[in-house]
Design a protein around this ligand. Structure first.
Ligand code: GUN
Length: 292
């Protein structure tokens, strides 16, 4: 078993981003600037956004976290997005998901100028990604691809089984792994809650991507000997063992799956760190103007 070490890869790529940011800041006369909108006070979302902002500062970006009460109306939020779209000093805009029930996430996603959509959720970016055109790629799948690339893992011709069809991870991951690109060129199966005989499907995977959000969902009996296992899960449970009061669990039963795998990501220290890298790279590209 070899570890796909998010700490090692993210540290290296962050250094590259820092260097490029310094050069770009000199050229533009200002820093790249990311705005993150956070609605309400979901504990997980607060942690993720705080981490995104901290990482922006570490590589030399400006970052602004706009926070709104859980009862902000959809119209108010859409108006705020329009203002940011028009503000030329802002390169990237993300709206942290999930949103409260009274706000339609599709309306919000489509309201963001696709040229500032560094989450890569806008249908224009999604369509361009499918066509292998320049675009912003959703941060988590982007980070996973960078990780596979870093370790020189040859994915061509492999069977990839993705568990979970979310807009944020599973669906875009299926497109990226199927694309004619490197990494890519996989034969992809996208499984979900209505999939029959899930275990048999996952057992076919030379590559397994677990993105369902359920602790230890993928067990050793579901994984083929020698598989490459990517664990996207960040399941938080209260714990007295840690300083933060939380312990993180992946979607994969690491202890029992890792001995069967050829490569595997740990949780924490795997995909989570790479998601940040995907976001930083997209924001840098947005500031450079190389995508649009
Ligand atoms: N919620 C969980 N992951 C993400 C992400 O990558 N971007 C945003 N905006 N919200 C999320």
């Amino acid at each position: 078993m070899n570890l796909l070490d998010g700490k090692e890869v993210s540290t290296k790529i962050k250094e590259d981003i820092k260097r490029e940011t310094a050069e770009l800041t000199e050229k533009l006369g200002r820093k790249p600037h990311l705005v993150a909108i956070l609605v309400g006070n979901d504990g997980g979302s607060e942690t993720y956004v705080a981490s995104k902002m901290r990482n922006c500062e570490q590589v030399g970006f400006d970052s602004t976290n706009l926070r709104y009460d859980v009862d902000i109306t959809e119209e108010e939020l859409l108006n705020k997005i329009k203002e940011i779209n028009a503000d030329e000093s802002i390169d990237g805009l993300i709206v942290q998901l999930p949103l409260p029930k009274h706000i339609d996430p599709d309306k919000v996603t489509e309201a963001i100028d696709y040229r500032k959509d560094v989450d890569g959720f806008h249908p224009i970016n999604l369509g361009r990604m499918q066509r292998n055109l320049p675009c912003f790629i959703p941060a988590t799948p982007y980070g996973i691809m960078l990780m596979l690339e870093h370790y020189g893992i040859d994915t061509a011709g492999k069977k990839a089984v993705i568990v979970g069809r979310s807009n944020i991870v599973g669906s875009p991951m299926s497109i990226l792994l199927a694309r004619n690109s490197n990494p890519g060129n996989c034969t992809v199966t996208l499984t979900h809650s209505r999939t029959k005989d899930l275990k048999d499907e996952v057992l076919q995977g030379d590559i397994v991507v677990a993105a369902i959000g359920k602790k230890n969902f993928v067990t050793a009996d579901m994984v083929k000997e020698g598989a490459i296992v990517i664990d996207v899960g960040i399941n938080r449970e209260s714990s007295t063992e840690t300083k933060s009061g939380f312990k993180l669990y992946g979607d994969v039963d690491f202890e029992n799956v890792s001995p069967k795998s050829s490569w595997i990501t740990p949780v924490p220290g795997g995909v989570g760190l790479m998601t940040i890298i995907g976001l930083l790279k997209n924001t840098l590209e947005a500031a450079k103007g190389t995508v649009y």
